[in-house]
Design a protein around this ligand. Structure first.
Ligand code: NAD
Length: 260
């Protein structure tokens, strides 16, 4: 479906981003991976994706909490791969604390990556997409882009910001062949959430699986985790021609979280 097209997926050495990169590669898109991790592991991910899908796969280790590095990553992607057709802004971090106790450096780091990087990457990608007359910008927000939770002020503020930014991106690109949409996942069992499950298990003196069940029961009526594979297929749909008239949306995939 996407043969000859290039997708940049931020934060794709793990979790949701990797699921999205795999799904887009399966549909023939060349991929620029981004994210941190062990160099050997990243090379294994890169080369196996290339072999499995028969597409070109590069890895860019840019630290996206710095605006100039985000913009340089987009320029490098165009220089290396020849173009950019799809931008999936996925990289993100979490930190939990009450507002009074929220460390300022954690607030700044979270906003820089979860919100400002989306702005910088979009700003750098749009001129290329406009020139081509086609583009897909898909921002991985969160159920926390639609509703709040205690102790997640920075995350909720950033994700609501992403949903708002997505709307403005859609308005500014109307009629250009570019669409911009946000996906709002509920709980997905990735390293980001595993840490929260561990914290809950320690707090309650229970094991990891009981804590995982409790985490789901509190928020997600389906009582099951969303998977990176399901989110990957959602991104494939949003990038397809069938979704050409969908823009400016914030789409939950959250097991019913935001229906409450
Ligand atoms: P994860 O921790 O598994 O993956 C995060 C990725 O971002 C990794 O590849 C990591 O190396 C990369 N990364 C971290 N800091 C970076 C930086 N400064 N520069 C570049 N890359 C960086 O997390 P995940 O759960 O897969 O989360 C991916 C996105 O999905 C995040 O935006 C997160 O907020 C969002 N999300 C996650 C859940 C969930 O339940 N896991 C739910 C809703 C939304």
């Amino acid at each position: 479906m996407f043969s000859g097209k290039v997708a940049v997926v931020t934060g794709s050495t793990s979790g949701i981003g990797l699921g999205i990169a795999r799904a887009l590669a399966r549909q023939g898109a060349d991929i620029v991976l981004n994210g941190f991790g062990d160099a050997t592991e990243i090379e294994h991910i890169r080369s196996s994706l290339e072999t499995e899908s028969g597409v070109r796969v590069a890895h860019d280790g840019a630290d996206l909490s710095h605006g100039e590095e985000v913009r340089e990553m987009i320029s490098r992607a165009v220089a290396t791969m020849g173009r950019i057709d799809m931008l999936v802004n996925n990289a993100g971090i979490q930190h939990t604390a009450s507002i009074e106790e929220f460390p300022v450096d954690k607030w700044d780091a979270l906003l820089a990556l979860n919100l400002s990087a989306v702005f910088h990457a979009t700003a750098a990608a749009l001129p290329h997409m406009k020139q081509q007359g086609w583009g897909r910008i898909i921002n991985i927000a969160s159920a926390h882009g639609l509703v709040g939770s205690v102790n997640k002020s920075a995350y909720v503020a950033a994700k609501h910001g992403v949903v708002g930014f997505t709307k403005v991106t859609a308005l500014e690109t109307g009629g250009t062949g570019i669409t911009a949409n946000a996906i709002c996942p509920g709980w997905v069992r990735t390293p980001l959430v595993e840490k929260q499950i561990t914290a809950l298990a320690e707090r309650n003196g229970t094991d990891q699986e009981s804590a995982a069940r409790e985490l789901l029961a509190e928020k997600q009526p389906s009582l099951q985790f969303v998977t990176p594979e399901q989110l990957g297929e959602m991104v494939v749909f949003l990038a397809s021609d069938a979704a050409a008239q969908m823009t400016g949306t914030a789409l939950p995939m959250d097991g019913g979280w935001t229906a409450r």
